[in-house]
Write a protein that binds this ligand. Sequence first.
Ligand SMILES: C[S@@+](CC[C@H](N)C(=O)[O-])C[C@H]1O[C@@H](n2cnc3c(N)ncnc32)[C@H](O)[C@@H]1O
Length: 465
Amino acid sequence: MPFRTPTFCRSLKTIVNSHHSLNFSSSLPLKVSRHLVHNCDCDGFLPWLERKAGSTISSSLYIGKSSYGRSLFASKAIQTGDCILKVPYSVQITADNLPPEITSLISEEVGYIAKLAIVILIEKKLGQGSDWDPYISCLPQQGDLHNTIFWNENELEMIRQSSVYQETINQKSQIEKDFFAVRPVFECFHQSFGVFTYKDFMHACTLVGSRAWGSTKGLSLIPFADFFNHDGVSESIVMSDDDKQCSEVIADRDYAPGEQVLIRYGKFSNATLVLDFGFTVPYNTYDQVQIQFDIPKHDPMHGMKLELLQRYLVLPTEDVKGVEHSVNSFTIKEVKSARGKGKGIPQSLRAFARVLSCTTRQELNDLVNEAALTDGRLARRPFEGINREIQAHLMLSSLFARLIEERNAAIKSLDSFNSPYLLCERLAVRRSMARDLLVGEIRVLKSASAWLENYCDLAMTRGVR
Ligand SMILES: C[S@@+](CC[C@H](N)C(=O)[O-])C[C@H]1O[C@@H](n2cnc3c(N)ncnc32)[C@H](O)[C@@H]1O
């Protein structure tokens, strides 16, 4: 999904494995709505796909309507451990489906999302003449999507405090870059494939980003499986097996006939969900906050600190949301126990605060010497003096307090965002997403604040070392 890395790839996760390793022992109390509506516009979809595949894809699921759009429902009783869907690779869409004359002209820099978007656009132009028409015509229309790249300026203002704001801008510019890279190719073939606009391309990229799974082919659209909606607590995921050349889903619990069957797309925060999938969940245990901690411009040792930080602070290898990391950007996860159990706030952030709290060259040199004598990392150990250690952490506390305050103010002003009558429903949906996002971020920041408070209290009473 991610429009930000060259291959822009944080699509729905797939385990490419020959062995399923799910733990089927627990029945999870999923909150699902019961729906017995069989007659959605996709009634003929599964029979068509099974004919195309030459095999049964699912005998226990049907496509119905839910409050999340179309969804898959149990057509009969399903038991924990049942294989509920098996989609052969032969009916999945990958970049290999691009016409060869197009593939040969597309630059290597164009990522998988863009390539699959082109496949969708070409098949769409072919209309009923396309082998994939029953699938392509089922895909959501432009107005149905709520990913933040479709939010207008006013709507985006609701989430300005969150990193999603900047990520949305980055995502748009990545799509634009890809569009300009592929447009000349299409101009050569406009008689065969027609023309498409930037808006069409953006829509197709978003469809791919929210419905394709990472695979050995880069990304794969898996028809029928992409009607599953997401539940972050589900243990069911789409698994692809290269030996069997198919993707499958195993039920993680029992389902009664008519019950909505949900899977987990990935361990995604609301920031990821709203950016790449156009929805949020009210309480998301995977929420995290991307923060930036700047060296104050007026700091007399600004240059020296910056140089040291760039030299010593190693960037995280895992790029959480494809955000470009700089030395002063950190990912904060919810701290589950303020009492010091488990992980607290990132070590790299605490090291950063120690460096920032130094007031003399000597103090900075001491940190460099200490790094040379230990594991080479800067400021990873608590300061000898308790007061200095506490002071460094209080800097973080005040940063968190400001971030919490800004988000609280943003939530308060959400109701002041209005729009013309016809757009009210759309705005209400997006406002509720903005609220979920900001509330989740506040929860994470408050947990980090509580951890810091506890750390400082403990340091005072016990001494840091
Ligand atoms: C893979 S598709 C699932 C099928 C989709 N509902 C449809 O009608 O085609 C992913 C999209 O479904 C919707 N969706 C999935 N899970 C959701 C959830 N828990 N809450 C709200 N919308 C959800 C979002 O629009 C998302 O981009």
